[in-house]
Design a protein around this ligand. Structure first.
Ligand code: PGA
Length: 250
């Protein structure tokens, strides 16, 4: 049985005050979320604060991105080891906003995945097609290409120590959620592809769905056989909304 994981991706949102309030709300309700593993991914600068506020609780934390480099003259970058210093468990890599807005390609994303793993972080590898790609009928090819870049660099076993998040780009922040069946179809494709290379990895890896998940649609998504939780954007900024999603996985 794979444990359900619900991770909040706060993106470029928050302030010192709102972070304190949000974390206190999440902490207060986390115990009611059943067996769901909860994680939050704040902006980098709030990670030290979040690590203090969440120390000793069941809620884990991670970053929204990570450098592909370990150290040196890379202005503005944050390394995986630095994140590890502040207790991060996860690092999101290859989010579609990084891919689309900051031109991060499959190979670069794979190097970030490798850097995260090297420092003992669990990468949350985001994959997913644009609306245009879905309409062209190439969803599976796109997702496969994104996975293959990581498998080529790191090997299939590495995915057994990672999390995959399937996030159709057309569903992110749009209010348009993939139907449970649409999501399940791609999740099943991903798992079958991995099973073709290593059955144990395919059975083990948590595959999250992301894209306009809310309290009202989380339960039906998480009930699908190959959906092991969610990566939550907008709805993770409100403790009650986020906890409702976490409960749906418990
Ligand atoms: P959303 O974002 O829940 O606001 O659609 C999901 C994500 O980008 O991870």
């Amino acid at each position: 049985m794979r444990q359900t994981l619900v991770a909040g991706n706060w993106k470029l949102n928050g302030s010192l005050q709102s972070v304190k309030e949000l974390i206190s709300g999440i902490k207060a309700g986390a115990a009611d979320a059943g067996g769901t593993q909860i994680a939050v991914c704040p902006p980098f600068v709030y990670i030290p604060l979040v690590s203090e506020l969440l120390a000793g609780s069941s809620v884990a934390w991670g970053s929204q991105d990570v450098s592909d480099q370990e150290s040196g003259a890379f202005t503005g970058e944050i390394s995986a080891a630095m994140l590890k210093d502040f207790g991060c468990r996860y690092a999101i890599v290859g989010h579609s906003e990084r891919r689309a807005l900051y031109a991060e390609d499959d190979e670069f994303t794979a190097r970030k995945f490798a850097a995260a793993r090297k420092s003992g972080l669990i990468p949350i590898l985001c994959v997913g097609e644009t609306l245009e790609e879905r309409e062209q009928g190439i969803t599976e090819q796109v997702v496969e290409r994104q996975l293959d870049a990581v498998i080529k660099l790191e090997g299939i076993a590495a995915l057994g120590e990672a999390v995959i998040a399937y996030e159709p780009v057309w569903a992110i922040g749009t209010g348009k959620t993939a139907s449970p069946q649409q999501a399940q179809d791609v999740h099943a494709f991903i798992r079958a592809k991995l099973a073709g290379l290593d059955k144990a990895v395919a059975d083990k890896v948590q595959i999250l769905y992301g894209g306009s998940v809310k309290g009202s649609n989380a339960a039906e998504l998480f009930a699908m056989q190959d959906i092991d939780g969610g990566l939550i954007g907008g709805a993770s900024l409100n403790a009650a909304d986020f906890l409702a999603i976490c409960k749906a996985g418990g």
